[in-house]
Write a protein that binds this ligand. Sequence first.
Ligand code: ASP
Length: 435
Amino acid sequence: MIKVCKFGGSSVANAGQFKKIKSIVDSENERKVIVASAIGKSDKDDHKVTDLLYLCVAHKKYGMSYDSLLEEIRKKHQAVIDELGLSFDLEAEISRLKDLLDRKENKDEIISYGEYLSSRLLALYLNAEFVDAKDVVSFNYDGSLNIELTKEKFLPFMETRKKIVVPGFYGVLPNGIIKTMSRGGSDITGSLLANIIDATVYENWTDVSGVYVADPRVIQNPKLVSTITYSELREMSYMGANVLHDESIFPVKEKHIPINIRNTNKPEDLGTMIVDSSDDKDSVITGITGKKDFEIISVAKQGSTNEVGFLSKIFGIFDNYDVPIVFLTTSIDSFSMIVDKNSVKCSIYELANEIKTRLECDEVTVSGNLALVCVVGRNMRAKKGMAGNVFSLLGDNGINIRTISQGSDEISIIVGIDEENFTKAVSCLYEGFVK
Ligand code: ASP
């Protein structure tokens, strides 16, 4: 029974947080492998160390001094060292960092310093073994994780009787050069190590007690979800519920290892369990989520429903413009493609025009101001009247539905509405289904 515990930036934000981690880690022997993020924000006006490191790189690039930024980074770590009474040569580390910046060699190595430093300090404080991610976490040249090689390098460390602390967010390419992951990547490191050691649970410690049924910025004090499946979470996170890095699901999912989202500030809360599948029938709805900033491109052409390859030609044009289609709704002889405005790098009108002329369409229109609202729930499957309830709740509240989509797995119902109705829609669905 081994657990991997990943502590996010806010969980290592200051000495007080380090103390909380110690009591969490010491309270269970199973909590053997600890992954740490870089020091994060203590309050909303504070700066994350990773952000400061990115700023250092930018200052260097434009020939500006980064001394005050380095000083801020130094102070944050010094405060932890002083308050916890650690013996650590911070000056040597900061001058190594300065040297890296001066030489401007590998940007990723500079950015990785946040995780490196927080983990060194945490290992010292927990009296644990520090295992540098650069000695274990391995990437292929294309940037994908080399799980086998990481396993080969990491397993020997598991022989130690001590707990192990590994920095998140970075690893090495086959040539030994340090490479960082995308932002929030420490989640991936935790998941990867959980896969490798066949952990019983991957605990992801953060500053919320789990996944909320709805966004707390929209609904006051929403309920917490106790169990959610990986696929439900994927639906929720696409629509804006950001609890975990998307890519962190795959390594644990492969081995059916549950992820437990926990709150470092409230360790008594059991948090949310993210699992492969669940028979728990407590609630029909797992979550209500959504996002603004979508656009619809509608294509109409007489007879196109019977025209072989018509859709594939449309998709080809979207491919050429490098625009992903979020989903597609159809009626006879007309097709509507929904796209996320932020993923459209080209001019949407140019794309629409190309469809119109190349495919000789009767009409191609672009309309914006679209928000998607998504009702997610594995227990909706085969349950009668679910879509009807969604539509009635919206209709009764005077909200017009512009598009409708439900996949055959029946795990979610997504409706497109005018952006100005977004908050109202989420609220009335929450009132109707959850309260
Ligand atoms: N420190 C990195 C970031 O801020 C990685 C992480 O925290 O997971 O994105």
